[in-house]
Design a protein around this ligand. Structure first.
Ligand code: PLP
Length: 381
């Protein structure tokens, strides 16, 4: 009998100390946001992602919404971004009345094609949002130079990239702002959670106000002002401290969480090239100056039929593999709220219709991974 026990696509990781820290948080009664575990997790995060400071949020989606508030967007302003990303990247700006302008991706890294960014800039453009897909860096020197020339803010949606780097600099420290996700499907998680990383002290101070309902409550608690008042627009973007406690336990063991992921990622990458080359299948490209945190492993099948075929073939073996983003520019809300830049999104449409993500998580065993590989090798191409 072949082994048909289920192999999920992702499995949330428990590092060890999470529940002890959560209990400690509840026992201390410091359960609201911005407590002692928030301080610990934020400090650990700043070591990994750089920046002058990090603010924990209930999700990456909320952190993206904070970037939209920090940009002071007005209806009709434009924000350049890839179409090949999660809905939250676009939603955050559409919520402020701004127009997401979708630029195509590169065929090798599936990242925003930096050579098409400048042509998409108009006099309404306010920012460029990059997504380090699978934790492999966007060609940031080019993007930052374009942004500098046109006076635009660069935001990194770094939901995949915690622990990755570009030319020796951590992902998250390259733009003026970066957002992190600690959703249960990400390498490091607390169920649902996120963070806004700021690389500018003025932005950090204003972000502190925005996440405290537009008040200077954080300064009040530090004894910097004698009362707190409503001084700006804002909302409630704090993460409860027991969730920050859970996250602290994960961030403390970041290397232990990452080590097996990196091994498993590399094992796919060592075992697949011969099969891929013989069958016209694409594999991830990691440019020489990029270090990635093994967030995801994917194959690019020769056609859309083979994307669906491979997913079904693996499912018969009780293995869950997944396609990824449905291009935002072709989605109903993308058409309503956004527009496509002058270069079109042909690469996005093509690759999203062929990409298959394979199971990758810290607890994946070699035996399980061998079953995934057998599934690929036995698929009729
Ligand atoms: C996961 C993800 C998000 C959203 O993260 P949440 O924490 O669930 O809000 C945003 N952008 C990208 C690129 C993601 O992968």
């Amino acid at each position: 009998m072949p082994d048909l026990s289920p192999i999920p696509f992702v499995k949330a990781f428990v590092a060890g100390d999470e529940l002890a820290y959560v209990n400690q948080s509840f026992a201390s009664a410091a359960v609201v946001g911005d407590g002692p575990f928030t301080a610990r997790a934020s400090e650990l995060l700043t070591k990994l992602a750089g920046g002058v400071g990090a603010l924990l949020t209930p999700s990456c989606t909320h952190a993206l919404e904070m970037t939209a508030l920090l940009l002071d967007l007005e209806p009709g302003d434009e924000v350049i971004m890839p179409s090949f990303t999660f809905v939250s990247t676009a939603n955050a700006y559409a919520l402020r009345g701004a127009v997401p302008v979708f630029v195509d991706i590169r065929p090798d890294t599936l990242n925003l094609d930096e050579t098409q960014v400048e042509a998409a800039i108009t006099d309404r453009t306010k920012a460029i949002v990059v997504v380090h897909y699978a934790g492999v860096a966007v060609e940031m020197d080019t993007v930052l130079a374009i942004a500098d020339k046109h006076g635009l803010t660069v935001i990194e949606d770094n939901a995949h990239g915690l622990g990755g780097s570009y030319k020796g600099r951590p992902l998250g420290s390259l733009g003026q702002m970066a957002t992190q996700s600690f959703h249960g499907t990400k390498n490091v998680h607390c169920g649902e959670g996120g963070a806004l990383v700021l690389n500018d002290a003025d932005l950090l101070h204003r972000a502190e106000v925005i996440r405290e309902k537009g008040t200077n409550r954080s300064q009040f608690f530090r004894g910097q002002v004698d009362k707190y008042r409503w001084i700006d627009i804002g909302s409630s973007y704090l993460l409860a401290d027991p969730l920050a406690a859970f996250l602290t336990a994960q961030l403390e063991l970041f290397e232990e969480i990452q080590a097996p992921r990196l091994t498993m990622w590399q094992r796919y990458h060592d075992k697949l090239p011969e099969w891929a080359q013989a069958n016209g299948v694409g594999l991830p490209t990691v440019p020489a100056d990029c270090v990635h945190p093994a967030h995801m492993y994917y194959v690019v099948m020769p056609s859309h039929e083979h994307q669906l075929g491979l997913i079904a073939h693996l499912r018969e073996r009780n293995i869950t593999a997944a396609f990824h983003y449905v291009p935002l520019h072709s989605a109903p809300a993308g058409k309503k709220y956004g527009r496509v830049g002058p270069g079109g999104c042909d690469v996005t449409e093509d690759l999203s219709s062929r990409l298959v993500r394979l199971p990758l998580f810290s607890q994946l065993t070699e035996t399980e991974q061998d079953r995934v590989l057998d599934g690929l090798f036995s698929y009729p191409l």
